[in-house]
Design a protein around this ligand. Structure first.
Ligand SMILES: Cc1ncc(COP(=O)(O)O)c(C=O)c1O
Length: 460
């Protein structure tokens, strides 16, 4: 088992062919895509590590559930199955399905925020930040300082900086802070976990100042696994119990179910006990997402989510899952590729700032590395750095991201260890010619979430 890798707790029943294009074809495809990996056709990609979101392989039980989906407009059996799964896992009173994580944000943010308000998070994911800003508010990140040192092996680098949070609340005034968000795991800091102690402490501050405390729960199960493994008090506590305790500290959550609930589409809003808040959630969901018992999803999607939520918290599955990113991390260490250590839950975040120190932030080193990976071996990764960060909404200045990460996100139950070896070997090859890599400039971009569609060109 080596450094804690666990073989797949499943066998493969159906395969989907993938292929590598020739060197010349890959060069042509990335140029046609405006040097933006989001513009590539998926069939031109060999190993797709663009995201772990909605890209997982569903189980035979989930596919069986798909066939059992109840497609009634209102009151479908699949909706009630989902509510049962949710109450059992999270212990909340109210749940609202939506079509994905950002839909949950679209519903919730205008309820909690408005002009002049701020949202404070350990780190906002990009869509979360976008919805805070669309609601007229400002998003402030407050992660612990050790997150910035990618070489540090600190166990909970996703944590909220508790003292920093208190200072920010005092500085802005608690009435201005519309919400405090804990993103678990902390995607933007490198899929790094948040400890139970930190969730508890954050919750205490929120209670003291009367601020709603919300969990961005996309990777709640992976976070629970890290708590079990790294927080000594929780060594003998089950994943189910850890999840229940973790959510008990918050007032509400938003969730992209496309991650730990292992579905291809879906999202959730959970409200612990505030009936008034849930009324507002329902009222906003109907015009934005559809009737409350389907929330922008088909009945079959609700059914798959009800099953996937339970599969996602299975200990054997989580051991294998976290073992995969750990394995890739170990292989990268062998060739001296710097990354956010220890390996994150859903991805390895290569420190492109360190690997390509000659490319400044405004020439997007993490994007340059993502492009090179495609050129090298048809691997698709993405920039989680200044290219993704975008511009200051007021001044339109390019923002400098705290990190310049190229993210290798690992889809759930999809790729084998051999695929991960191809990725590690490709990066080792790129490292040999790292000083020859050049930065990029943007030739076209939209105003919001530009990294999805912007076009670039290499700087000569
Ligand atoms: C932490 C976090 N929050 C929210 C979202 C948004 O979810 P979705 O892509 O389902 O809209 C994501 C998606 O990647 C995420 O990682």
């Amino acid at each position: 088992m080596g450094a804690g890798y666990f073989a797949e707790p499943f066998r493969i029943k159906m395969v989907e062919p993938i292929r590598v294009l020739s060197d010349e074809e890959r060069l042509a495809r990335i140029e046609e895509a405006g040097f933006n990996v989001f513009n590539l056709r998926a069939e031109d990609v060999y190993i797709d590590l663009l995201t772990d979101s909605g890209t997982g392989a569903m189980s035979s039980r989930q596919w069986a559930g798909i066939m059992m989906g109840d497609e009634s407009y209102s009151g479908a059996r699949s909706y009630y199955n989902l509510l049962d799964s949710c109450s059992e896992i999270f212990g909340y009173r109210y749940f609202q399905p939506v079509h994905q994580g950002r839909a949950a944000e679209k519903v919730v943010m205008p309820i909690l925020l408005g002009k002049g308000k701020v949202s404070i998070a350990n780190m906002h994911f990009d869509t979360t930040r976008a919805h805070v800003e669309i609601a007229g508010a400002r998003a402030i990140d407050c992660v612990v300082p050790e997150a910035e040192d990618t070489a540090s092996e600190a166990p909970f680098k996703g944590n909220m900086d508790i003292e920093g949070l208190r200072l920010l609340v005092e500085e802005h005034g608690c009435e201005k802070v519309g919400v405090v968000i804990m993103t678990i795991t902390n995607n933007s800091a490198g899929g790094q976990p948040v400890s139970m102690e930190n969730i508890r402490e954050t919750s205490k501050i929120c209670k003291e100042y009367g601020i709603p405390f919300m969990i961005d729960a996309a990777r709640f199960a992976e976070n629970a696994f890290f708590i079990k493994e790294r927080e000594p008090k929780y060594k003998d506590v089950t994943i189910e119990e850890i999840v229940m305790e973790c959510f008990s500290y918050a007032d509400l959550f938003t969730m992209s179910a496309k991650k730990d609930a292992i579905v291809n589409i879906g999202g959730l809003i959970g409200v612990r006990e505030d009936a008034g808040l849930f009324e507002k959630v329902k009222a906003a969901t109907i015009p934005l997402e559809g009737f409350i018992s389907y929330g922008g999803l088909a009945g079959r999607d609700l059914e798959a989510m009800a099953i996937g939520l339970k599969e996602g918290i299975d200990l054997e599955y989580l051991r294998y899952r976290i073992g995969q990113s750990r394995y890739l991390g170990e292989r990268l260490k062998e060739s001296g590729i710097p990354f956010q250590s220890p390996a994150g839950g859903h991805a390895i975040f290569v420190d492109a700032g360190k690997l390509l120190p000659h490319i400044p932030y405004n020439e997007f080193p993490a994007q340059a590395l993502a492009i090179e990976l495609y050129k090298e071996a048809g691997i698709r990764a993405c920039d989680i750095g200044s290219f993704m960060m975008g511009r200051d909404p007021d001044t339109r200045e390019q923002l400098k991201s705290q990190f310049e990460f190229t993210r290798l996100a690992i889809p759930r139950r999809v790729y084998t260890q051999s695929h991960l070896d191809v990725v590690a070997d490709a990066l080792a090859e790129i490292k040999k010619r790292a000083e020859n890599l050049r930065g990029y400039r943007i030739t076209w971009e939209p105003e919001v979430l530009r990294h999805f569609t912007a076009r670039l060109e290499p700087i000569k």
